[in-house]
Design a binder for this molecule. Structure first.
Ligand SMILES: [Zn+2]
Ligand SMILES: [Zn+2]
Length: 244
């Protein structure tokens, strides 16, 4: 539960896994946001079993060339260095929930007795399969994301058929070459990620967004429908004029 007077910050970090991602911060860390440029970084698990999205931060005072995982930065800032063989992970499994209370240090996967602890933390998003209800310790993140206004820019962005895609360096890239990327459930607060490619079912109308289950799709519909209908209309137009 959120305590009275408790304040949190939420920062937009970019698009990944087919959706817009935000990172949750303690109020005392909100001022840091001005010092960094953020990116939503997708790390595919080494066993090929899904992926995780992290807030990755580029230090603007170093011309934005040096990047770091923001949860590691937060940990080091408040708790000091991370010993070799250890890593910082997210207790509630939400890998963009960077409140200090949600961070802990566990042995890296390479070291011997890491299995017990690390599997219960960062992978928790997958194991939470009871419909679309957040776990108790994920509620703050859900509340914060649900309060955000719908991402209107997304609608404008996609309605322009000629829009171009740029990577973090400002270079133009081919749009949506996502055949090899994992999708996260498109319902904003839900952090379930596919554990295999194309595991989640796609919205039948727009063929653009994927959901972990019907409940999330239902909940996202009020904000998704405008974009969905527009995209479905464009698809019909494209089919009628295939040379475009
Ligand atoms: Zn979901
Ligand atoms: Zn749709």
């Amino acid at each position: 539960m959120m305590q009275a007077g408790q304040k949190l910050g939420i920062v937009y970090i970019g698009k990944a896994g087919g959706k817009h991602k935000y990172s949750l911060l303690d109020e005392k860390d909100v001022h840091l946001v001005k010092k960094f440029r953020f990116e939503a970084k997708v790390d595919v698990n080494k066993d090929g079993n899904g992926a995780n999205i992290f807030a990755y931060a580029f230090d603007l005072s170093r011309e934005g060339t040096s990047g770091c995982y923001f949860h590691e930065y937060i940990w080091e800032r408040h708790c000091g260095g991370i010993a070799p063989g250890f890593r910082v992970c997210h207790k509630n499994g939400v890998t963009v929930d960077n409140r200090l209370n949600n961070l802990c240090v566990v042995p890296s996967p390479q070291s011997k007795d890491s299995k017990v602890k690390s599997s219960s933390a960062d992978s928790a998003g997958h194991s939470n399969n009871c419909g679309s209800e957040p776990r108790e310790d994920q509620r703050l993140y859900w509340m914060a994301v649900c309060r955000l206004p719908p991402f209107e820019a997304e609608h404008e962005h996609f309605m322009n058929l000629n829009y171009k895609c740029y990577n973090a360096n400002g270079e133009q890239v081919l749009e949506e070459d996502d055949t090899l990327s994992f999708y996260e459930c498109h319902y904003p607060p839900c952090c379930k990620m596919e554990t295999e490619l194309r595991e989640f079912s796609i919205c039948g109308q727009c063929q653009q967004v994927r959901y972990c289950g019907p409940l999330c799709q239902e909940r996202d519909w009020p904000s998704h429908k405008k974009y969905c209908k527009e995209k479905a209309r464009q698809r019909i137009n494209c089919d009628m004029f295939p040379e475009r």
